[in-house]
Design a protein around this ligand. Structure first.
Ligand code: FAD
Length: 394
């Protein structure tokens, strides 16, 4: 048995240590009133940033929720956020969140930005991973066609080869610097192509340690089986899979598409079933940690508590380099701060990008994702508890 310390994941005093009370009131106002309206009227904000550039940019950049959820408009702009997180023992994963042009030139621009972020991360002890989405460097329709198994035309084959080449360039650069890189997961109808590319990269670059990490969405009914097969292919193929486990962000789109096409719903029927699958996947990874590396990307306290318990039972120290826990900037600081305080490898995704493209992109993601509402409740509960605690402490 290990002897990991008991971690209080609900310690709001620690969560908000150093945050003045007036700011807590502002945060509460933001989650209670401003954020729901912004999600509802996101297009207006997007328009504002485009049509009235100076006013819009000032508003977006310095007021309201965006400084809370985004690191800045460029890597250099994120340095304040990276430093602030560092002071709390939390590392940063700079996530280029803008939507580039969906053509070959746009894919090259996104690849170059990801490479720029990787070089930045290599020279910093505060940035343990790079991250990117394959739809940033390749055409989504093409990924769908490849995933479906349909034959490609010569032009499509050439475009797909260019997509794989961009991914390989990113992965090779990361491997040269021994910097780990996460490949995000997306919608199920393009995920087969993404999985295959990610696995090809893992087989190539993860011979001694996990450098390339794929993402496994545990809201999908087939993913526990997939994870186990991936592990077995790692054992037989002589590579160490890196996996970021998440629940999954595209539930509404997945259900809508399944209903429209008459296909079976690929998502677990209930939240409880998704929770159980996520926890089972975490348990599987910890059990097989000698030949798999794990990033748990979650805001769910019960899942994090189970992860810590499993690490302890398996005799892993909190700082074991094969296990990382990660949250999004501005969310679940109770988890990030408590984990970091006890020596667990903890990081935050820090989205960044030019306002004109990053803001509409992030608002759209929030609108499409019903888990945002649940997260808002979580954040409101934390800040309200802390305000009550401070009132009582006076
Ligand atoms: C660091 C990090 C990286 C991420 N990367 C990705 C990524 O690459 N790809 C991606 O898709 N997502 C990604 N996400 C988002 C993630 O998939 C979740 O949407 C989000 O974190 C909320 O889930 P949770 O584990 O925090 O827990 P909770 O808030 O407890 O769970 C909410 C999630 O449960 C699932 N769920 C909710 N209701 C139901 C229901 N009725 N039936 C079945 N399932 C349900 C959904 O997946 C929902 O998002 C990432 C999240 C983090 C923190």
């Amino acid at each position: 048995m290990g002897s990991n310390p008991a971690v209080d994941l609900y310690d709001t005093e620690l969560t908000f240590r150093g945050v003045p009370t007036w700011k807590l009131h502002l945060i509460r106002l933001m989650f209670r009133s401003i954020l729901p309206r912004l999600v509802a009227h996101g297009e207006t904000l997007g328009l504002l940033t485009l049509r009235i550039p100076i006013l819009g940019k000032l508003l977006v950049r310095y007021i309201g929720p965006f400084p809370y959820f985004c690191g800045g408009t460029s890597i250099e702009d994120c340095e304040g956020t990276v430093k602030r997180l560092h002071q709390r023992g939390i590392r940063s994963i700079l996530d280029y969140s803008a939507e580039g042009l969906k053509n070959e030139a746009g894919f090259d621009v996104t690849r170059d930005e990801v490479l720029h972020a990787l070089r930045h991360a290599s020279s910093s002890s505060d940035e343990p991973f790079g991250v990117f989405k394959i739809t940033g460097v390749g055409d989504k329709d093409l990924l769908e066609k490849v995933s479906s198994g349909a034959a490609l035309t010569a032009n499509e084959r050439a475009a797909f080869d260019r997509t794989v080449a961009r991914v390989r360039q990113i992965c090779a650069t990361a491997a040269e610097d021994r910097l780990r890189v996460l490949i995000d997961a997306e919608e199920s109808w393009i995920q087969k192509a993404i999985d295959d590319i990610a696995e090809e990269m893992m087989a190539e670059f993860n011979r001694e340690q996990a450098i390339i990490y794929t993402t496994v969405q545990m809201y999908r009914v087939d993913r526990l089986d997939y994870l186990q097969r991936l592990y077995e292919r790692g054992v037989s193929g002589g590579f160490i899979p890196g996996v970021k486990l998440v629940r999954g962000a595209y539930m509404e789109a997945e259900r809508a598409r399944a209903a429209a096409t008459g296909q079976p719903d690929p998502i677990h029927a209930t939240k409880e079933a998704t929770d159980a699958a996520f926890d089972a996947a975490v348990a599987f990874c910890i059990e097989h940690i000698d030949r798999i590396a794990l990033v748990a990307g979650t805001h769910n306290e019960a899942s994090v508590a189970k992860l810590l318990d499993q690490m302890s039972r398996r005799g892993l120290t909190p700082g074991d380099p094969r296990v990382e826990c990660s949250q999004l900037l501005g969310m679940s600081d109770n988890l990030s701060r408590a984990l970091a305080e006890h020596g667990y490898n903890t990081s935050k995704y820090v989205p960044y990008g030019p306002l004109e493209t990053a803001i509409p992109y992030l608002v759209r993601r929030a609108q499409e994702n019903s888990s945002v509402a649940g997260q808002t409740d979580r954040e409101l509960r934390l800040v309200t508890t802390e305000l009550a605690r401070r009132r009582g402490a006076k």
